[in-house]
Design a protein around this ligand. Structure first.
Ligand code: MF3
Ligand code: CO
Ligand code: CO
Length: 255
């Protein structure tokens, strides 16, 4: 499968959608505190996205015959990704929550995620968040022209496993552009020197999903939420990155 390289116009549009996605996420994060529900966070995100004239790329996103019913993904503790805001899910002191914001603006998509503490969390959870965020940074540094996708994958896996955590296998990062999920797939595990070669003008969503316990996951009864099989905590960080001859450029930064 060929990997789309963006035109200069496409890249200009990607800069806009990614800046909006990042600004929404930065503002949303400020609302995380004990007592708020995951539904509240979804509704706040809905309003923020609309305030920039953008639209949620998650809402109505179709897999098979099912459509995603929320504006962002909110995933708590053992939930890995694709959590749906719920009025009865009240965040408590000591939880961790992943916020994944994906917006479309002018036909182009920006995708980013962070995992944040709710109140005070244990040192073990702080370590999980820190290792996952660092794995993302190290993966991004590998998004260099003439490297291969496997260089990103292996770097993330090695960092995570060297700290005793595991990388999720069932979900992967991805190219992103006029569609949310484009080639190439970007696994968070693999071997250096394998996979598609990185060219200038690719826009990649790199997103390590890291479990404190085993790597296995299951989908919950709501048909969307992915959680760890062993009930261990999971963290997720994501940026949309542009590849250039001058190295990787993170597009999902607030402006
Ligand atoms: N933001 C997710 C990603 O990183 C995808 C959202 S799936 C949806 O790829 F179902 F919520 F739309
Ligand atoms: Co995402
Ligand atoms: Co993504």
């Amino acid at each position: 499968m060929s990997i789309p390289e963006k035109t200069p116009e496409g890249i200009a549009h990607m800069r806009e959608s990614c800046a909006i996605a990042a600004t929404v996420l930065a503002k949303l994060k400020e609302h995380v505190s004990p007592g708020i529900t995951t539904y509240d966070l979804d509704q706040i995100a809905k309003g923020l996205i609309a305030s920039y004239g953008a639209r949620s790329a998650d809402y109505g996103y179709q897999i098979g015959s099912r459509r995603f019913p929320a504006y962002i993904c909110v995933s708590v503790n053992e939930e890995v990704v694709h959590g749906i805001g719920n009025l009865r899910r009240i965040l408590r002191d000591g939880d961790i929550v992943s916020l994944d914001v994906t917006v479309e603006y002018n036909g182009y998509i920006g995708d980013n995620a962070i995992t944040v503490p709710v109140g005070r969390i244990t040192p073990a959870l702080q370590q999980l968040l820190q290792v996952t965020e660092r794995a993302l940074q190290l993966g991004i540094e590998q998004a260099r022209v003439n490297n291969r996708i496997g260089d990103i994958s292996a770097t993330i896996q090695e960092h995570v496993e060297s700290h005793g955590f595991s990388v999720v296998r069932d979900l992967v990062g991805h190219g992103v552009g006029q569609s949310m999920h484009e080639p190439p797939e970007i696994p968070n595990f693999g071997r250096r020197g394998t996979g598609p070669k990185i060219r200038p003008g690719m826009t990649l969503a790199i997103e390590p999903m890291v479990n404190a316990g085993g790597y296995r996951t299951k989908t919950l009864a709501d048909g969307w939420t992915v959680a760890t099989t062993d009930g261990s905590h999971s963290a997720h960080f994501e940026h949309t990155v542009l590849t250039t001859d001058r190295g990787p450029e993170i597009l999902t930064l607030p402006r």
